[in-house]
Design a protein around this ligand. Structure first.
Ligand SMILES: [Zn+2]
Ligand SMILES: [Zn+2]
Length: 1622
């Protein structure tokens, strides 16, 4: 039917999701907008998406080539293949990943003016991928994941691949800058944005989009599209999402657009017009509650403070629909006009109607907003029109007429947008209106007029009445839109226009007259005339044809006049669209179709029949809705929240926001061959391959240990070691323990874990061993954690926070992981191994070094960290091999304290604005007098709680003053204890001391050392052990702080969403905590609360201080006497708090600018704020350490120079171009980060870092280069290539200083696959002197820096390409004299002079050191994971492990059991004459480690914010559990052993063998310790709001978890019947 012809569409987007037999998943995407195909790999362990953008690896010329590559030419079988049309989203959720794809689309708006198709998702599929991540995840979470994957998508979501359709047509913005209010897969599309493929996941809108073609009376064709975008600010279902929420969004809020355009008629112009309106529930805080499934009316209630957020709601509308925002040059219109917002309220307002209360509140809310004077240029009008009552009393037709009367003036005033689309930008020059152009559209739009303001329809639910009324409103506009586009829908038009060629032949019969009229023909002229029998008059004019050109004339018509004068076919097309849209919105909101829709068919002939039918239908739907809503609303609400990524900390508390990467594959390798019982060609790399995960690697017989050297594919901070247990029938062949060493090169390995226990498990079990960097042994010695409690001691739980946190070194350049496996004592067979994975966090190197677009942004970010650090630390961190731990120590620079210098300059996360916080700092500075502060220091420390912390000046200093911060800490401690007259510190004082410590950036170990140095036992200042508070109080306090954390995150999310579409924030006077490490004093003066001691001195600053009103007692309160904003949330918790946006039960208002004074909140609330604040500071310290480590890593590759950042993108592009010239068609095989040095090489102090030699050309200063240490006459570089490659040669890019006679090295090159020197192949020896002599341009400083030439370089071609993984290059400065003969006559003399000079004064020679700018290895890389075929060898190994059946484990009966210490200690008493105990079985705990542990700080403020390190707290400081076993012998002798527990899936049986048999045992005591408080129960075990069951997760209880066993031949089973296997 379509007359519209667009440009020929290229192929449609094609998506193929391939699941291989190995369970690996690939998402293959060929976009319609690109020629090539991208392959995205789903990491089978963590679900992280991987894409590097390398041709032939994950970029292919076509889908077929890509598929062929994945299946290795169909040699690898695929388990399932899903063909789809679009990717809608992806989420990695712990043990599962979900891929949402659209398998069927309908082109529901096939061709928008200017091109672009809107597709509605007709069928979709959630593809569930099981991951081998053993991270704990409870049943509750798994259930929620299943529910998420049940969310119904089909028919309710739509997208456009090429244009932004989240804004009124035509959008000024590009597809990649959508309006977030209408993007429903913002969270689900994030993984694709993170890998740099934002377009590979569509931007999904919820609602309805469809178009119809129609023909006007003059046969002019037209198209009309109805596009309804549902807002996601208040997502959810009928009874849970009504009215406003904390995001100032209303429930069931929809923006509707009616787009009319004419088909292309030869010319290059498409005229169009667009009309926008809104529909939604009433924008006040209200709700409705169904008491039970059968009750007739839901109960409506209104919140205490119902107009909160109303203002923001209208402001958002005003910003969106104000002419100003859509006008290109606002400057032209100096004074913005008013933006009308007309609310068409269709509620019942008759006496006794339940909705009446809402109507009056609606009125009041508008009065209220007007009274605030904050509406600006927004002009609000409320029209009440009781739809149901009018229909009942006057009938449908009069109801419609009445509506038109109300709508006429506002509709005409607001108007609609009109314009033309032009194919070429040329035409736009003549455009008189505003021009809209962006890269997504070839041509551009010229706007003749733009709609100003909006009409908003509402009923109680924004469902049936709203849909009907908005149809009749839009219908009037539709006819007008058509008329302006010269598509006439006037029936008279075809008669009135007698010149029209159609008028002669067409449809005289089609016209209709009002009742009582008759048409006759003049017999002479043949012309019609009309008789009005009502008035007995005749006329030539058609009664419905007065003034045909009069705009908006139909508003004045009666219903009948409208019907008789208008072509009804297009009108009914429109009605059909509204009917469909109404059903979609009703289904989304209530789960059932729309009711009372028959009125939309009023223009159809057979209306009567339909309405009878639908009356029955309405009753049915009412019942359905009620029932459905009652049962399903809350679970559907949860589904939607998860879909949107909201409240995940509650629904999926354990899932990481940034899944770790597995860095041991695909390009990792074994640096030494792993010993095996039969020779295997790949030397053990199979152990790193997921494809061979069922491998059983059998090591040599009788080895004491097996050592593995793993080279990681990318440098990273290593976080976890993941082992796949693999053995024969006997599980004891798998090693019993492992040592882990880490380092950036093989000569810099540091022991991080010694003897980590590996229990015996069934084949295929995944064991996760959490890792930290190396912990300083001194730290271990001073912090209490290492001191294990004695069996008689009670377990102490750090309930509030980890007071004794041990900090491991962070290093993002770790490259080599050495594992030493030790066999179990019982093992009689060789050690067997299975798949080994190293998980970690890597920096975005590729973006930083190769991506000219993103690199400047990243460097900017990093250099801001560097600025915080100050100059000193970066200098020290430049030294190769310096670890971050020490550099952090040596620089006591405090970026932490820069951020948190005073309680006030914490960024208030409620405002969302860092700038604001900065101004806060200055605000606060003005409160205090710094001189006074200095003088008062000793006595009072700081009388002013808002003054910047006194250590800020200290932050700029370095090592010398480092003791300074320790001194400051001790001074503070002394000051605190002095006033206590010998008593211990109070709880508040302990907290203040910790705040001080964290502000001074001291680690727990540094604190303990300081305290011990003055004879104070650290435990006495541990708030967790505060004697002042008893244990049960501590439990309550901790639980309160946990709640605060959840509330804080809920508020944060709402804040982030509430800011969508609004201007950035109003500043908050009080932050979330309002706590200080210093004593606080009341400001006095106007403060009526005086919760604190008042000092005369502080009263002077009264004029500058802020006084607020306490929302509880309504007294004026000064800043000091005011509790932080968190207190307000906690107060409300005690009442009736709902996390769901608060629309139910009144809820809390996150938007409320409410304050509570300190005397209105309990001591416990105040203390909970302290606890939360310290937890935040802890988290910030971890983040800060990660940032510093990242910076340190970057500086070891390319030095950061902020001056260069602006040129970076240019220089990267130049570098890439130059590299291409050097490579001359070959591939670069040794670029950082995929390649690295195996050994460190001594580097001169003023040199570029060693790794810069491998950095991509274009990074780093143009003139800079690497220099060997001065006295080194020979250096050797062992370069591990990015993968197994056929190397053709090596090129050295000459330093900018060029070669002179004294520094030309002899170059020797070897190739090898492993690190053994004896195995390497000598390739050749070259004398650079020879080369230089024939190419004199290599000498002397670089002359031109032409960007187009390739830089000066020397190529060493190999005789034949050689397949290898490691290239060793040795450069030796030879004795000058020996080669003088090789010089030409000219050089000879010089060189002789030089050499004699050199020999006499070697130190003065300025160029006699080895140097280079870059080393480039070129050739061809082999396909990843394509090493030698090892299947035969692996089969042979397997044959060694098929042995006779093993011994059985039999349970030892226990006489009695006793649990104590919160079930963390289990005592088992044995019967006399028990067989010797061989070991115990532990069934692993069903617990999770939650992501959220504290309120969000500034850095977590915006989850959309770009972050460099993306390292969660849990990975910086992993929680580790230990089980301590004490065996009490009959003799009274004790044997104590301790096992570090790996993480496994819940209930996995783990067997721990004792080193030798335990006989004559009376009792065995098991004690669980370590970071027990870091774990919480699965959400399904918890009720309500709580995050945890205090004091420890019930899942950690040892009850029924432990069984003792002994070994025996299985035939014993028969002999002693009572024995059971364990
Ligand atoms: Zn006060
Ligand atoms: Zn109060």
């Amino acid at each position: 039917m379509s007359h519209i012809r667009g440009p020929p569409r290229s192929k449609d987007t094609s998506v193929v999701v391939v699941v291989l037999e190995t369970t690996e998943v690939y998402i293959v995407v060929s976009l319609s907008t690109r020629r090539d195909t991208q392959v995205i790999y789903v990491d089978p362990t963590t679900g992280a998406l991987r894409y590097v953008g390398k041709q032939g690896e994950d970029v292919f010329e076509s889908e077929a080539v890509a598929l062929n590559y994945i299946t290795d030419g169909s040699r690898i079988l695929s388990k399932s293949t899903t063909y789809a049309k679009a990717v809608l989203g992806y989420a990695a959720l712990g043990s599962y990943a979900l891929i949402l794809v659209a398998t069927q689309l309908s082109a529901s708006v096939p061709n928008l003016p200017g091109g672009g198709c809107i597709y509605t998702v007709a069928e979709s599929q959630w593809i569930k991928v099981q991951l081998q991540n053993p991270q704990g995840q409870g049943n509750g979470e798994l259930k929620n994941i299943r529910e998420l994957a049940d969310l119904d998508i089909d028919g309710k979501y739509y997208f456009c691949e090429t244009r932004d359709i989240t804004r009124p047509f035509p959008s000024r913005m590009t597809i990649q800058e959508p309006d977030e209010e209408f993007v429903w897969n913002e969270w689900l599309s994030k993984p694709f944005r993170d890998i740099g493929l934002p377009g590979h996941c569509v931007i999904l809108l919820q609602g309805f989009a469809e178009s119809r073609n129609f023909v006007g009376t003059g046969q002019q064709g037209g198209s009309v599209a109805l596009i309804a975008r549902r807002s996601r600010l208040h997502p959810g279902t009928r009874y849970l999402a009504r009215g406003l929420n904390a995001c100032s969004g209303t429930g069931n809020e929809v923006e509707c657009e009616q787009l009319v355009w004419t088909p292309r008629t030869g010319s290059q112009c498409v005229p169009f017009s667009s009309y926008i309106w809104r529909r939604g529930t009433i924008p006040i805080w209200w709700g409705a509650e169904i008491k039970n499934a059968v009750s007739v009316e839901a109960e409506i209630y209104v919140a205490d403070d119902p107009y909160n957020g109303s203002l923001e709601y209208y402001q958002r509308l005003s910003r969106r629909y104000g002419k100003k925002s859509s006008e290109a040059d606002a400057a032209r219109q100096k004074k913005a006009g008013m933006v009308p917002i007309v609310c068409m309220n269709l509620l019942r307002y008759g006496e006794g109607k339940t909705e009446t209360v809402l109507v009056s509140h609606f009125k009041d809310s508008i009065q209220h907003m007007k009274s605030t004077g904050k509406l600006g240029n927004t002009w609000i009008q409320l029209i009440n029109y009781d739809w149901h009552a009018t229909v009942k009393s006057k009938g449908q037709q009069q109801t419609v007429e009445g509506l038109w009367r109300h709508l006429k003036a506002p509709t005409m005033a607001i108007g609609f947008s009109e314009g033309n689309y032009y194919d070429t930008k040329q035409h736009l020059k003549e455009c008189k209106g505003s021009v809209i152009c962006n890269n997504d559209v070839n041509g551009g739009f010229c706007m003749d007029s733009v709609q100003n303001g909006v009409i908003r329809f509402n009923c109680a639910d924004s469902l049936d009445r709203t849909n009907a009324a908005s149809y009749f409103g839009a219908l009037q506009v539709f006819v007008e839109q058509c008329s302006r586009l010269n598509i006439s829908l006037d029936i008279d038009a075809m008669f009135g226009l007698s010149t029209s060629r159609y008028s002669e032949h067409n449809g005289r019969s089609a016209r209709s007259l009002p009742p009582g009229w008759e048409e006759r023909f003049d017999s002479v002229t043949g012309k019609s005339f009309y008789i009005d029998h009502n008035t007995r008059t005749t006329t030539w004019e058609h009664p419905c044809q007065e003034a045909p050109q009069k705009p908006w004339k139909r508003f004045d018509m009666t219903f009948d006049q409208f019907k008789s004068s208008t072509m009804l076919v297009p009108v009914n097309h429109l009605a059909e669209l509204f009917l469909l849209a109404g059903d979609i919105h009703a289904t989304l909101y209530t789960g059932s179709k729309a009711m009372h829709s028959e009125i939309l068919n009023i223009f159809k002939e057979e209306t009567g029949k339909f309405s009878k039918f639908s009356a029955v239908q309405n009753v049915k739907i009412t019942v359905q809705r009620r029932y459905h809503n009652y049962l399903n609303d809350s679970s559907r609400q949860k589904q939607l929240e998860m879909f949107l990524g909201l409240r995940l900390f509650k629904h999926l508390p354990s899932i990481p926001m940034f899944p770790l990467k597995v860095l041991s594959r695909p390009s990792g390798c074994m640096l030494k061959p792993v010993p095996s019982i039969t020779p295997i060609a790949d030397g053990g790399s199979s152990l790193l391959s997921f494809k061979k995960k069922d491998l059983v690697w059998v090591c040599q017989q009788g080895a004491d240990y097996v050592e593995l050297f793993i080279y990681l594919g990318e440098p990273c901070q290593v976080c976890q070691l993941l082992l796949t247990v693999s053995h024969g029938p006997e599980d004891s062949s798998y090693p019993a323990s492992v040592d882990v060493r880490l380092g950036s090169s093989i000569d810099a390995l540091k022991l991080v874990v010694e003897g980590a226990c590996i229990p015996q498990c069934s084949n295929g079990t995944n064991l996760l061993i959490p890792l930290t960097g190396r912990i300083d042994p001194e730290d271990l010695a001073v912090t209490g954690k290492s001191a294990r409690p004695d069996i008689r001691e009670n377990t102490h739980l750090p309930l509030l926070y980890d007071f004794e946190e041990l900090e491991g070194e962070l290093n993002f350049l770790n490259r080599v992981v050495a594992l030493s496996f030790h066999p179990s004592a019982r093992s009689a067979t060789p050690i067997t191994l299975g798949e080994i994975e190293i998980l970690g966090v890597s920096l975005p190197w590729t973006d930083m070094l190769n991506n000219s677009r993103r690199s400047p942004e990243l460097h900017e970010k990093l250099s801001s960290v560097q600025r915080d650090l100050g100059s000193k630390s970066s200098a020290s961190s430049l030294l190769p091999g310096s670890d971050v731990h020490s550099s952090v120590r040596s620089s006591s620079t405090k970026s932490l304290s820069v951020q948190s210098g005073g309680s006030g300059n914490f960024v208030d996360f409620l405002t969302g604005d860092f700038e604001t916080s900065k101004s806060n700092i200055t605000d606060h500075t003005s409160f205090g007098n710094e001189e006074e502060e200095q003088t008062n220091f000793d006595d009072e420390f700081d009388v002013n709680p808002f003054a910047p912390a006194s250590e800020v000046p200290v932050a700029k200093v370095n090592k010398v003053e480092e003791c300074g911060s320790t001194q400051l800490y001790l001074k503070f401690f002394e000051a605190l204890s002095r006033n206590n007259k010998g008593k211990g510190l109070s709880f508040e004082q302990m907290m203040k001391l910790e705040i001080k410590r964290l502000r001074l950036d001291l680690s727990a170990a540094e604190r303990d050392q300081a305290l011990l140095s003055v004879g104070v036992i650290p435990a006495t200042v541990d708030p967790n052990r505060s004697f002042e508070v008893d244990y049960s109080y501590l439990l309550k306090l901790s639980s309160l702080a946990d709640n605060l954390a959840l509330l804080g995150h809920a508020v944060l999310e709402d804040r982030v969403n509430a800011s969508i579409g609004l201007a950035k924030g109003n500043d908050q006077k009080i932050d979330f905590w309002n706590v200080s490490e210093n004593d606080e004093f009341c400001y006095g003066g106007a403060c009526e609360v005086r919760a604190l001691t008042s000092l005369q001195a502080s009263a002077t600053s009264e004029s500058k201080s802020v006084f607020l009103e306490c929302s509880q007692c309504e007294r004026a309160v000064c800043k000091s006497c005011c509790a932080g904003k968190g207190a307000f949330l906690l107060l409300n918790t005690y009442r009736d708090l709902k996390l769901y946006g608060g629309s139910q039960g009144g809820g809390y208002s996150a938007l409320a600018d409410c304050y509570v004074c300190k005397s209105c909140c309990s001591e416990m609330i105040k203390r909970a704020l302290y606890v939360d604040y310290v937890r935040v500071l802890h988290s910030m310290r971890r983040k800060d350490r990660a940032e510093k480590a990242a910076l340190n890593a970057v500086n070891q590759v390319c030095r950061l120079e902020s001056s260069r950042i602006s040129d970076l993108s240019q220089s990267i592009q130049t570098g890439q171009r130059q590299m291409k010239q050097i490579l001359d068609g070959e591939e670069s095989l040794a670029e950082f980060p995929s390649a690295s040095f195996l050994h460190s090489v001594e580097t001169a102090d003023d040199s570029e870092p060693l790794l810069s030699l491998l950095a991509p050309l274009g990074s780093g200063e143009f003139q800079s280069y690497w220099k060997a240490a001065r006295d080194a006459t020979s250096v050797e570089f062992s370069i591990v290539l990015g993968g197994l490659s056929d190397v053709a040669g090596v090129a050295v890019i000459v330093s900018s200083c060029g070669y002179s006679t004294s520094d030309c090295p002899i170059v020797e090159i070897w190739a090898s696959n492993k690190i053994h020197r004896e195995d390497r192949t000598f390739i050749g020896k070259w004398d650079v002197q020879d080369i230089v002599s024939s190419s004199p341009q290599l000498c002397g400083p670089e002359k031109s820096s032409s960007m187009n030439e390739s830089p000066r370089h020397i190529k060493f071609h190999f005789p034949n390409p050689i397949r290898c993984r490691i290239i060793s290059i040795k450069m030796t400065l030879s004795h000058i004299g020996s080669r003088s003969t090789k010089f030409s006559e000219n050089f000879d003399l010089l060189s002789l002079d030089d050499s004699s000079f050199y020999e006499s004064n070697p130190t003065n020679s300025h160029n006699s050191f080895i140097h280079a700018k870059r080393i480039v290895v070129f050739g061809n890389s082999l396909r990843k994971e394509m090493g030698p075929d090892t299947s035969a060898g692996i089969m042979r190994m397997r044959s060694y492990i098929d042995r006779s059946p093993p011994l059985g484990r039999f349970r030892i009966p226990v006489e009695a059991e006793r649990l104590r210490d919160n079930d963390l200690v289990l005592e088992q008493y044995l019967l006399p004459n028990t067989p010797g105990i061989a070991g115990f079985r532990l069934d692993f705990f069903n617990v999770i480690r939650p992501r959220v542990t504290h309120s969000p700080s500034s850095s977590e403020l915006d989850m959309r914010e770009f972050s460099l390190t993306r390292m969660e707290d849990r990975f910086v400081n992993p929680a580790i559990l230990y089980i301590q076993v004490t065996v009490v012998k009959e003799s009274g002798k004790l044997i104590v052993e301790e096992y570090r527990l790996p993480e496994v899936k819940a209930n996995t049986p783990l067997y721990f063998d004792f080193p030798d048999l335990r006989e004559e045992v009376r009792c065995v005591i098991f004690r669980l310790h370590g970071d027990v408080t870091a774990f919480v129960d699965d959400i399904s075990e918890l009720d309500g709001l709580n995050l945890r069951n205090l004091p420890v997760a019930s899942g950690l209880s040892l009850s029924n978890k432990i069984k003792l066993y002994y070994y025996a031949d299985t035939y014993e089973m028969g002999k002693i019947g009572s024995l059971s296997a364990v």
